[in-house]
Design a protein around this ligand. Structure first.
Ligand SMILES: Cc1cc2nc3c(=O)[nH]c(=O)nc-3n(C[C@H](O)[C@H](O)[C@H](O)COP(=O)(O)OP(=O)(O)OC[C@H]3O[C@@H](n4cnc5c(N)ncnc54)[C@H](O)[C@@H]3O)c2cc1C
Length: 454
């Protein structure tokens, strides 16, 4: 009996229930399908990271991994035919596009008499499982978190001691090469793959986890785990991390962050239209800026040239690392929506392209939360002041100097307010493209127009 193991967002061998299920059924052919529709349109960081991660997986599989290109709807049934597979195993995908693709693949396989067996998911608790007593889904995080804890999850599973790769079959059908790794022009990515994920997790647990509750909002410290990319590609399963955290009270804050990821996946699963649309439909009528001036503002935002140091440092961190600290994501997102009056979808699209941890549920709902149209009693009327946020969370200005060379000559917190320094602009840092106080009032007036003012 031969099973096809279809890897997608689970690029690991440890704690991978779909792999175990495939091994239970006989010999295994591991497959990853590169769909050019998605791969070719992703940003360079995402593509490079995916190539690195697949290389690591191929090594971990002892060279057994089969790479194919095309639409999985065609490729998976084709490989099934080539190897005469009796089943296809994978982890369930809960994102709207992935779930729809899987249903199409399942229907095609059905015609071949082959089942698509979904075992496990990228989450501790699969979306849709945590619900209120009346069966309806949660729209507010805190009660979701409590119910999620009560629901609980299984412990991690060990990989089979000896994985029965179907070596002869694999040699016969062959693999296509991995895509070329894009030139990253000075970008710095974390090392990819399961071993790197476990190593980063261990390093974080030993060095920063105990102080996470106090330091997590400081972008100038290496105080967060940077596990988001590893979770995005499934190089580690969240259950492995939760098991290490255990019941320890001191780890509560970190566990709560992992639960945000689970919450947003649940919200998206229950409201698939929110992949692009407003969760709170009252905000559909919100007035946004459009036209050439708005486009210029958007470009300045993407390039980190708005004249607000914390916003620009964040957007330049994105360019350099394909990642931004969470506090700064909130600041740059708030600035786009509430200072530049651009629609949140524009920023979300940019993030999806350039973040290496780009995740539909966390990203679209992170943006909607900031814009005030998402989950929770989101304080849409609370407009972040980028300068006071910067001074509060990067009090010494170290984060600014790290990412903005034009401000490195300014000492301490002065880096946040170059307009107050005689030599603030001597290295060409741009002046502010808008006045925050004016735009804050404008933003509140626009909320009044759609009658959702406080
Ligand atoms: C506008 C906006 C867009 C975002 N886009 C994404 C995205 O595309 N992908 C993504 O993984 N996260 C996204 N986030 C959430 C959060 O910013 C990142 O998960 C976090 O910065 C990743 O860094 P870390 O691993 O060091 O986080 P840590 O602070 O170490 O947190 C641990 C883990 O908890 C989860 N987590 C933490 N905060 C959140 C949150 N607010 N929402 C969901 N999960 C969370 C992540 O899996 C993270 O890896 C977004 C937030 C905002 C405000």
């Amino acid at each position: 009996m031969t099973s096809l193991l279809w890897f997608r967002r689970d690029l690991r061998l440890g704690d991978n229930p779909a792999l175990n299920a495939a091994c239970d059924a006989g010999q295994v052919v591991p497959l990853f399908v590169i769909d050019p529709q998605f791969f070719d349109t992703a940003g360079a960081a995402m593509r490079a990271y995916q190539v690195d991660s697949l290389s690591a997986l191929a090594r971990a599989c002892g060279g057994a991994l089969v790479i194919r290109y095309g639409d999985p709807r065609d490729v998976v049934p084709q490989v099934v035919k080539e190897i005469a597979a009796t089943a296809v195993h994978c982890a369930a995908d809960y994102e709207p596009a992935g779930a729809a693709r899987d249903m199409d693949v399942e229907a095609r396989l059905y015609e071949q008499g082959v089942p698509l067996v979904r075992t496990g998911s990228p989450y501790a608790v699969a979306p849709g499982r945590v619900a209120k007593a009346d069966g309806t889904p949660y729209r507010v995080y805190s009660p979701f978190y409590k119910a999620w804890l009560v629901h609980g999850w299984r412990g991690p599973v060990n990989p089979p001691a000896d994985i029965p790769w179907a070596e002869e079959l694999i040699a016969r059908i062959g693999s296509e090469p991995l895509p070329a790794r894009p030139d990253l022009e000075g970008m710095v990515l974390l090392p990819a793959g399961e071993a790197a994920a476990l190593q980063r997790w261990k390093h974080f647990a030993e060095t920063a986890l105990m102080d996470y509750a106090d330091n997590r909002d400081r972008p100038d410290f290496d105080s967060t785990s940077q596990m988001s990319g590893y979770l995005r590609f499934g190089e580690i399963h969240v259950r492995t991390m939760l098991a290490d955290l255990g019941e320890f009270k001191g780890h509560e804050v970190y566990r709560k962050e992992l639960a945000w990821r689970e919450f947003y996946a649940d919200v998206l699963w229950n409201n698939p239209a929110t992949e692009h649309d407003y969760l709170d439909q009252r905000f559909v009528g919100m007035r946004y800026n459009t036209g050439p001036a708005a486009q210029e503002h958007f470009t300045a935002w993407t390039q980190g040239r708005t004249g607000y140091p914390i916003v620009d440092a964040g957007m330049r961190q994105l360019q350099r690392e394909g990642w931004i600290h969470n506090r700064v994501r909130m600041i740059v997102a708030s600035f786009l929506v509430k200072d530049l009056h651009l629609e949140w979808t524009q920023g979300a699209e940019w993030f999806m392209r350039y973040l290496r941890d780009a995740d539909v549920a966390s990203n679209q709902h992170g943006w909607q939360w900031t814009a005030g149209c998402g989950t929770d009693a989101a304080p849409y009327f609370r407009v972040f002041n980028p300068t006071t946020q910067g001074l509060r969370f990067d009090p010494e200005g170290a984060y600014i100097r790290e990412y903005i060379p034009e401000l490195r000559h300014l000492r301490g917190p002065a880096a946040h307010e170059p307009w107050d320094e005689l030599d603030g602009y001597k290295h060409g840092y741009p002046t502010r493209i808008v006045d925050h106080a004016t735009e804050r009032d404008e933003s509140l007036a626009r909320y009044q127009e759609i009658k959702v003012a406080p």
